[in-house]
Design a protein around this ligand. Sequence first.
Ligand SMILES: Cc1cc2nc3c(=O)[nH]c(=O)nc-3n(C[C@H](O)[C@H](O)[C@H](O)COP(=O)(O)OP(=O)(O)OC[C@H]3O[C@@H](n4cnc5c(N)ncnc54)[C@H](O)[C@@H]3O)c2cc1C
Length: 351
Amino acid sequence: MEFVSKDNKVIQIINEKLLPFVRKIDEEAFYPVEFMKEIGLSGYFTSVTKKETPIRLKEITLIEETAEYCMTSAFLLWCHLATLASVRLSNNPYIKNELLPILERGEAFGGTGLSNALKYYAGLEPVRLKAERIAGGYKISGSLTNVSNLGNNHWIVILASVSHRQRVVSIIPVKLDGLVMERKTHFVGLNGSATYSCNFHNVFVPDKWIITKEADEFIKQVLPVLALYQIPLGLGVSKASIKTILNFHPNDVEVYKHLEPQPDELIKDIESIRDTTYKHAKVSDLSIILKDVLLTRLEIAKLTPRVVHVDMLYSGGKAYLNGNDSFRRLRKSYFLQNLSPTVKQLELLFY
Ligand SMILES: Cc1cc2nc3c(=O)[nH]c(=O)nc-3n(C[C@H](O)[C@H](O)[C@H](O)COP(=O)(O)OP(=O)(O)OC[C@H]3O[C@@H](n4cnc5c(N)ncnc54)[C@H](O)[C@@H]3O)c2cc1C
């Protein structure tokens, strides 16, 4: 089982800047910023000289390959790439010409606080941030429970409602008067994701940080990208589990023969979802295939826990030890169920 190409440069960066820290990321909430910087320095965030489809394929591959080794770091890449996808939709000259190049060079990083927006547009909860128009910008108040990939030199994409008819999307630096952030490190996994609760108390957001005043249209464009880019998180984790199963536990040994499902079946399912994902990525207007993308997102959310569970069964007693990779994957795989759009949100859509 090879699951197609490897990007040698990414593998080199993973080997040097990520592998030595995987346990520290998981056990000590270590945020792997040097890994992120190296990926940026090597040009993996840039959109210059490339068309939309090759950019998407490059970005999905990056997330998938990273997730094979560390889902937290792959999720951090997702956060930054989701920020880039949001910023690239803006016509605001400051954001396009000044901020985007900085983010694409990896000189600053971004996270998105858009889960609430996704739930709002699915009819599940109200918009948590309220914006009031004032001279030169907006005053924003409210709270977001979890926003990841944040730190001192970071930016956050947020959506706030101005009225029941209008919502705005902006990107703001973390160091702002009235923005109170608190680091969260008591998750069962993903503690290295630099996740913060963000409370906004009359935070002034000038017009130059407004991505768009047409938030409804923005969400239609960005949602399929966010969902598509979540799929390789599950693909990478699943591939790592399959490799563990095959490397350490040959299939022809009697004791493994009666476990269900068998690795061959899981590999077929992973390959099928992977093929579909890369096909989706080649469609230039993703909003046209939104439902297909969301269905594939749901499929990987359901498949990943099955694969990591079988990995646990094959790996036996050692998987029950602290620091074990199979158990780390099992814990982290549940994040895919609870990352918006969550399984419960997706099931509602396809019910
Ligand atoms: C480790 C981790 C990292 C995450 N990173 C991000 C991220 O980078 N960006 C992002 O947008 N989301 C992030 N999330 C949130 C995630 O995407 C999902 O939205 C969330 O985990 C699942 O939400 P839920 O629907 O189960 O309800 P929850 O969001 O857990 O909400 C549970 C209940 O609380 C209510 N509630 C939620 N927020 C508020 C609030 N502010 N005020 C009052 N009530 C509230 C909800 O309506 C609901 O009834 C992260 C979550 C985790 C666990």
